[in-house]
Design a protein around this ligand. Sequence first.
Ligand code: GLN
Length: 456
Amino acid sequence: MSRISDFTGKSAVENIKEALRRARDVEDYHALLSLTEERALERAELVDKGEISGRLAGVPFVVKDNFLAFGAPTTAAAKMLENFEAPLQAMAVEKLEAEGAICIGKANLDAFAHGGSTENSAFGPTKNAADKTRVAGGSSGGSAVVTALDVVPFALGTDTGGSIRQPASFNGVVGVKPTYGAVSRYGVVAMASSTDTIGCFATNADDANLVMEIMAGRDDKDMTTLPDFWQHQPEFTKKKIGLVKQCMTDDVDAAVRQKTLDYAAKLKRLGYDVEEVDLSMMQHSLAMYYIIVPAEISSNLARYDGVRYGHRATEVKTLAELYGRSRNEGFTTENKRRIMIGSFVLSSGFFDAYYMQAQKARTLLINEFKQLFAEYDALLMPVAPTPAFKLGENTNDPIKMYLADIMTVPASLAGLPAISVPAGTSDEGLPIGVQLIGDRQSDSNLLKLASEVEAA
Ligand code: GLN
């Protein structure tokens, strides 16, 4: 797989033409919803003339189709936004463009990022890069697959409960979910505001670190963003890594456990002590996540009413019918399920019993992480209980689909940085990743650690 440095210092027009050619070659994976060809080639010419320069000059990339970007519609893979032309670009995209990077297309996802397989896309599923009969993972499945298939050296995604880490693991690339607030979410379609993060896929940890460093930083347009911390992180000094024992039980696929242990052995060779640790609140994290996140979704998706923008039903007689039919036609089944669960847990009769309880439990989880980071530099665990599952295997059973998120949602609820790094393949040749979770604002240390392991 190629690295960012394979593209810099070359003809940008050639880079872009080659990436577009690759994108067309692998069309049958359905990883991309659109190409931004015209705008990409125009920008490439400006790079070649020296009018645009920077650390990523002429480097092609892809964005998940929930980032507002010029050159193609921003659909969030939902009928609701099928023809939506962005009036502005996401801050993350603007920052990459300011360094000369060139967006060539927009990647498939689960509609509004609700899902873990990219099968919830209104425009059809994406196939796994290593096995076309299997899921890409999700919700940022398309971005993971274009990186794994070497269409582009990096791609952007969003991670609310695992949507970057899990598809990274399923396709054998590096995936970064940063500290909550590290990267501005301005211009990105909102899912759940208290856990939404912007991150990237890359073929190696150093490239991922560079892309994240460029995107990170305070933005007045997103009040949750943190002051720039990317380059000012205190080094890991404890030299201790915690292996989360709740993730190493018999319920977890044997190959997944073995790859995690192999990674632990590599960390030991680099001089780290690896000890088993307890993250007992993890067992409640899915219950918390699937209350808090739908609650926020039901609120964030209320804006799609068929009036201001997005899909509008025709031949309606009343305002209520306009709202109802537009939303019914524009959202997928999974979107509707989450809106209904969210409205239920926020309703006055059930707010205390569900939503408040979930938020209290979340605080206990945060405290448990805090105690672990007093002793350990980072935590090691799998990304998902299994390698990529078969297309269609979990689509009729939402609970089974949600269970696959068990290992990624804890870091999301706690706002912690977490990365997924390739750790080998199963006997069937399916990629398996491992997850490193750090304390807040230790993102680049995690990536440096992963880079050391890659080098060794
Ligand atoms: N699979 C998780 C969910 O369905 C994560 C989604 C995400 O991170 N956007 O909610």
